[in-house]
Design a protein around this ligand. Structure first.
Ligand code: XIL
Length: 449
């Protein structure tokens, strides 16, 4: 080996030495797995979290989510860097179950995830969520729609405790009550009305004339227009008189205005009787019972100006013709993200300015109008609560002379008409499938505290 070779060798050894010592320097320690062992100081928006300290950990990474798959994170708690082995988790939603996991970090090395711990924040302060709705409202009725085929002992118990007005979700519609000409069937409606009368609950009748519940024999009526009109008069008078003294108010005509253009909806009633059919129906209802309150009811009125303007022009027409109308029902089938409170308030004012009664008659709040969730997430649950609260607040603030009732369209999520109507899942009502309260129920209470 000559001296050049010798020097080369020394260089190689040196390089190897430097390489080995550098890689030893870079060696990452193995990190133990932290364990979340304590959740304390629980409040309605925070809790204190402790986990086992890990030797060599430089920091920790914390996930706090509202689902066990960790896809919906509490704000600021997705891979949140934490310097110590204890942290106060803050800014959370009240009454919400959270899933928590943590891992230790050293440089780019991470430990496995800890156990998944869970904690449910306390319900909002100052409000017992099981306070009966009707007990906190004295200036209007709190109503609910019910179907006899979904009216178990549990439904009835909740109803009597919380509500002071009932609407039949289907039983008082024409195709149920007059399945054939001159043949009336009040059996299912009577069941609900008897329950209400026994329990001191007011009944709102829904709905005498509605294009979507017209039996096919009426749609295809064989007689003349004059006979058609007599048949409708007889129907309205027979029904109203049957329930006289038991039913306090009626939706006389439901959904008569088209969605576009502020014109009357095409229906067999419009075709056979002409545009005056509304006046005639209200007139017949009044003739049948001078005591009942008469309502016109429709959807989208809480945001659609054109539609509401058409309703107002119908009402003005009634007035010039001396036809009685006591109020307007806004169905209020809305979503967690709209319409806005300002819009609903503005539309409501147009009716209350006319000194008419205003009924929020079919309230439900969709949380999945765009079909982008497959279960009720904590965020939507909370957004829905805020919307219910907003609507109840708006109703509570209308002038007392216009107050009548606020009616929710069904009891629990799995019985709502919304999933079938929109063709996909939703959770639009105030009770879970197991009859427990949703946040929406607390929202209702908070609005009128
Ligand atoms: C719906 C009921 O909720 C359903 O159970 C039924 O199958 C169809 O009717 N506007 C109205 C209500 O005025 O009568 C409708 O109720 C919902 C839309």
């Amino acid at each position: 080996m000559n001296s050049k070779q010798m020097i080369n060798r020394i260089y190689i050894f040196l390089a190897l030495f430097i390489f080995i010592s550098c890689s030893e320097d870079n060696e990452q320690p193995v990190l133990g797995t932290p364990e979340i062992y304590k959740i304390s100081e629980l409040s309605h928006q925070s809790f204190l979290l402790d986990w086992t300290a890990i030797v060599n950990a430089q920091s920790y990474e914390l996930d706090v989510a509202t689902d066990e798959d960790f896809t919906q994170f509490a704000e600021g708690y997705q891979q949140a860097k934490v310097a110590s082995d204890q942290v106060l988790v803050e800014g959370l939603m009240a009454g919400t179950k959270y899933y928590i996991r943590v891992k230790a970090l050293y440089g780019s090395t991470t430990s496995p995830y800890s156990n998944i711990a869970t904690s449910t924040t306390l319900a909002a302060e100052g409000m017992e969520s099981d306070t009966p709705l009707k007990s906190v409202v004295s200036t209007f009725n709190v109503g609910m729609a019910i179907r006899t085929d979904k009216f178990s002992a549990e439904h009835q118990q909740i109803f009597v405790r919380e509500y002071d007005q009932i609407t039949a979700e289907y039983e008082m519609k024409m195709d149920v009550m007059m399945p054939a000409e001159g043949q009336f069937d009040f059996s299912r409606a009577d069941e609900l009305v008897d329950f209400a009368v026994e329990n001191g609950i007011e009944v709102h009748g829904h709905a005498l004339i509605w294009h979507a519940s017209t039996p096919s024999w009426v749609e295809n009526y064989a007689g003349t227009d004059a006979e058609f009109e007599l048949m409708v008069e007889d129907y309205i008078k027979t029904v109203v008189q049957h329930f006289s003294g038991k039913v306090h108010s009626w939706d006389v005509v439901n959904e008569a205005v088209d969605d576009q253009g502020g014109v009357l909806r095409n229906s067999v009633f419009l075709e056979r009787m002409g545009p005056d059919y509304l006046k005639k129906c209200f007139q017949w209802a009044r003739e049948a019972d001078s005591q009942i309150l008469l309502f016109y009811n429709d959807y989208n009125l809480c945001w659609d100006e054109t539609k509401l303007n058409k309703v107002i022009s119908i009402i003005n027409d009634f007035e010039s013709a001396g036809v009685d109308i006591d109020g307007v029902g806004f169905q209020v089938h809305i979503s967690y993200n709209g319409p806005s409170a300002a819009t609903i308030r503005q539309q409501a004012k147009k009716i209350t300015d006319l000194d008419l009664l205003l009924h929020f008659s079919e309230l439900d709040v969709k949380v999945n109008p765009d079909n982008d969730i497959d279960r009720l997430t904590a965020e939507r649950d909370e957004a829905q609560k805020q919307k219910y609260k907003e609507v109840v607040q708006i109703y509570n603030e209308i002038p007392s002379a216009s107050k009548f009732a606020l009616t929710v369209w069904g009891l629990k999520d799995d019985e709502s008409w919304i999933p079938a109507h929109q063709g996909h899942a939703d959770w639009a009502l105030m009770y879970h499938d197991d009859f427990s309260f949703k946040k929406a129920h607390t929202g209702f209470l908070e609005a009128v505290q």
